[in-house]
Structures are given as C-alpha cells and as structure tokens.
Design a binder for this molecule. Structure first.
Ligand code: ITT
Ligand code: NA
Length: 200
C-alpha cells in the first residue's frame, strides 16, 4: 500500500514518515510528484487547510493522502501567527525571516508572558470517499525565547522552549521531539485509528 504525505516541508515529512516506519506501507511525499500544482491554503483554520491539502492531492493522485496543517499560536500576539506561520514574514517559506519577525514582535514582552503553543492537525483522505476523512490534532505548550537554542528540528523549533524539559524543541533528538510535540501527539491519535478507517 502507498500513502502520500501531502507536504513540501521536509521536516514535517520526516516526522510523519517515522510513525509509519513500522506499519508496512510505502510512504511518499509531494517531493515524489514534482509536477503537481499547489493546493491553495485558503482556509481560516488548521483543519480547513489540512482538509484542502488532503482532499486536493487525493483527487489528483487517486491515492490515500495525509496532510498536516500546523503552526505556532503565541498568547501575547492574540494567537498569531497561527495558520500564517509558514508565511508570517511574507510569501515564501523562509524560516529565518519568520523567526526574526516573531522575535521582533515579542521584543517588549517579558519572559512570563511569552507563552505559546504549537498545533498540528492531520487530515487523512481517501480518493473514493472524500467526505469520510479522518481528523486528529495535537498541541504542545511552551514559551518563546529571545535567543535560538539547538540545531535539530525545523521552523520555529530553536525558539520554542519547553519548561518541563529545560530545552527548546531544536535541542531534542527526533525521537524526543516526537514524544512531546504537537505532531507526535496527533500522530499517536492517528496511529490508534487509521488502520480501521483505511479498511472501511
Ligand atoms: P506544507 O503545507 O507543504 O505541509 P508548510 O511548511 O507550508 O508545508 P504549514 O502551512 O502547515 O506547512 O505551515 C506550518 C508552519 O508552522 C511551518 O512552516 C513552520 O514554520 C511552523 N511549524 C509547524 N510545525 C512545526 C514544528 O514542529 N516545529 C517548528 N515549526 C513548526
Ligand atoms: Na498552512
């Protein structure tokens, strides 16, 4: 069986593929289908955007497709950047520019008020039953630090400090990050459900 992870973000694809490593399925990603057009993320919620990607690519590929829409919600910024996390500093996917904007926005905010969470919503869609998709979400709480720490992970990870661990997400190994992350939490819910759904 082949499932396609509908993401162009290699960091996400790695984390998602790791969960399927023991499942006996072939995991592909959009990197395997470079000719496909983009699906526009016009939704206002993570679930809407994940569904747009899952349904859109499932129709194009006629294969089961799993999409992740995720982002950082900072309390002092009223939940921003949220669904705009990938394009916070403008169009394109430039982690450095997004991180610089985040730190600039929080420059005057004291440590105790820099609370934030990451959210990941996964939507799994089958081409023959697009209305019967599977949806799961996960979150992780933390705090945004002003100086980057660590080199693992991707995106905002070097600035996302988890008090219980005394580390940022970028200071964790892939296994350690999956154990506590928003995406790891969503993937564990998916792991409980996807086989039965897949065979329906
Ligand atoms: P695809 O839509 O192709 O999957 P994307 O990166 O554009 O890739 P999103 O629209 O869901 O994906 O944007 C999510 C952004 O939120 C992502 O680019 C990161 O900047 C950030 N993000 C999500 N999960 C993260 C994580 O685990 N660690 C750090 N940053 C994360
Ligand atoms: Na998005």
């Amino acid at each position: 069986d082949t499932i396609v992870v509908a993401s162009k973000n290699p960091g996400k694809v790695k984390e998602i593929a790791a969960m399927f490593a023991t499942e006996g399925v072939t995991v592909k990603s959009l990197a395997d289908y470079p000719e496909l057009p983009d699906v526009a993320e016009t939704g206002t919620t993570f679930e809407e955007n994940a569904r747009l990607k899952a349904d859109g690519y499932a129709r194009m590929l006629e294969l089961p497709v799993l999409a992740d829409d995720s982002g950082l919600m900072v309390d002092a910024l009223g939940g921003q950047p949220g669904v705009f996390s990938a394009r916070y500093a403008g169009a394109g996917h430039n982690d450095a520019a997004n991180n610089a904007k985040l730190i600039a926005e929080l420059a005057e905010v004291p440590d105790a008020k820099r609370t934030a969470k990451f959210v990941s919503t996964l939507v799994f869609a089958k081409p023959n039953q697009p209305e019967r998709d599977l949806v799961v979400s996960g979150t992780v709480s933390g705090r945004i630090v002003g100086l980057p720490q660590g080199h693992d992970g991707f995106g905002y990870d070097p600035y996302f400090y988890v008090p219980a661990l005394g580390k940022t997400l970028a200071e964790l190994s892939p296994t350690e990050k999956n154990a506590i992350s928003h995406r790891g939490a969503a993937l564990r819910k998916l792991d409980q459900k996807w086989r039965a759904w897949y065979q329906e």
